[in-house]
Design a protein around this ligand. Structure first.
Ligand SMILES: *Cc1c(COP(=O)(O)O)cnc(C)c1O
Length: 395
């Protein structure tokens, strides 16, 4: 075996590509990984070289071999023309949106979007003269009815943050492209491994690398991949902001990439099994997981996705706040905190009734979001059973 990676990697499966992408040991004295390049200044050998900015690297913000390794690997995995990085998932989202809307434009945003995305749209984008309109995530091809002469982009997210509605992304993309606008997707839940965004009509796909790329709850990182039509504009916008993550964080992203497929499969299988377990519990009203056959989004999920990750929602039958607190406060294995995608199980309470504007979320029970980690499933079930017993004791 040569110490250069095989070319023409399209013939390989996704796990093989995760192992090979974005590294070339022959260019690193045989070392397996691309090292951490720290740097601002890049020296040019001659006057003529600096005058013409000759050379692959010009300055630390616009690219380093470490940055290129992750961007190239991600583009390969996502089927993209190019990728840029950001220091968090939210900053990647803002970069994707800033790439395709300008003052006077109309932007359609799913009512199920990640909440900080809404806050950015309602704050910064509105302040800069963009008209932001929220739409029903289930609208599908009906999105055509909301389009105006100045509609420039649509933001989709599937499944929705917290509420897990599936969106018909190909239908929305077709309607948007008929008008010449851009489709931006927050693809964090599925990653390109479970939903190939650009193949399904997405122009700019955002991933919070903080989640499954990291896999360790030890990293903040964002990625935006783009198809050939949008990559030049994305790269330009990236360079205007120069909002680049630090080299150690990029390196941790590369490290996470190698095992992301394996971890995602485990999180997905354990998550689905736990969703089924919740469905059978008498305390539970509904489980929000598109992988469940009776979920309203199941048909779209089956058509467009090749798996699930480990994040889903549970609506408990109405209980008192004291009973809910008794359930949550005594959990030993489920941490209570934001973010997800790490090796550990998490839970948060949420209330979609307070922020949705285009649709009404029924206030029919207490909503919890679970991330299923890599602990033994039987231990997780025992922890939850003890929680339900505490809840019943409060009444
Ligand atoms: C966490 C998350 C983000 C933001 O990622 P950060 O790195 O925490 O900024 C964006 N979208 C979704 C769906 C997320 O869950």
């Amino acid at each position: 075996m040569s110490n250069s990676p095989p070319r023409d990697r399209g013939r390989f499966g996704a796990d093989t590509r995760l192992v090979l992408a974005g590294r070339d040991p022959s260019a690193q004295h045989g070392f397996v990984n691309t090292p951490i390049y720290r740097g601002s200044t890049v020296l040019y050998p001659t006057y003529d070289d600096i005058k013409h900015r000759r050379g692959r690297y010009n300055y630390g913000t616009s690219g380093t071999p470490t940055m290129d390794a992750l961007c190239e690997a991600w583009s390969e995995i996502a089927g993209a023309a190019g990728t840029v990085l950001a220091p968090s998932g939210l900053s990647a989202l803002t970069l994707a949106l800033m790439t395709c809307v300008s003052a006077g434009d109309h932007l359609l945003v799913t009512d199920s979007a990640y909440r900080p995305t809404r806050i950015f749209c309602d704050g910064v984008l509105k302040r800069y003269g963009v008209e932001v309109e929220y739409y029903d995530p289930l609208i599908g091809a009906g999105i055509a009815g909301l389009m105006r002469d100045n509609t420039r982009a649509v933001l989709v997210e599937a499944p929705g943050s917290q509420t897990f509605e599936m969106q018909d992304v190909p239908a929305i993309a077709e309607a948007m492209h008929a008008r010449g606008g851009a489709v931006v997707m927050d693809n964090t839940w599925a990653t390109p491994l479970l939903f190939p965004p650009h193949e399904r009509g997405v122009d700019l796909a955002v991933e919070a690398g903080t989640k499954y790329l990291s896999g360790g709850s030890d990293l903040l990182l964002g990625l935006v991949s783009a198809n050939a039509a949008y990559y030049p504009a994305l790269k330009r916008t990236y360079e205007h902001f120069a909002n680049c993550p630090g080299p150690e964080d990029i390196f941790l992203g590369l490290r996470g990439l190698r095992t992301m497929g394996l971890r995602l499969r485990e999180h997905g299988a354990r998550g689905l099994a736990m969703a089924e377990w919740f469905q059978a519990r008498p305390e539970v009203l509904r489980v929000l997981h598109p992988g469940l056959p009776d979920d309203p989004g199941h048909a779209i999920w089956k058509r467009d996705f090749s798996g699930a990750s480990g994040l889903f929602g549970v609506i408990l039958k109405p209980v008192s706040e004291e009973a809910l607190a008794a359930f949550l406060d005594g959990l030993e294995l489920f941490g209570m905190g934001f973010s997800w995608g790490g090796f550990e199980s998490l839970v948060i309470p949420f209330d979609p009734t307070v922020y949705r504007t285009a649709t009404r979320w029924p206030p029919d029970g207490s909503a919890l979001r679970f991330h299923i980690g890599l602990e033994d499933p039987e231990d997780l079930k025992a922890d939850l059973e003890a929680g339900f017993a505490r809840m019943a004791a409060v009444g």
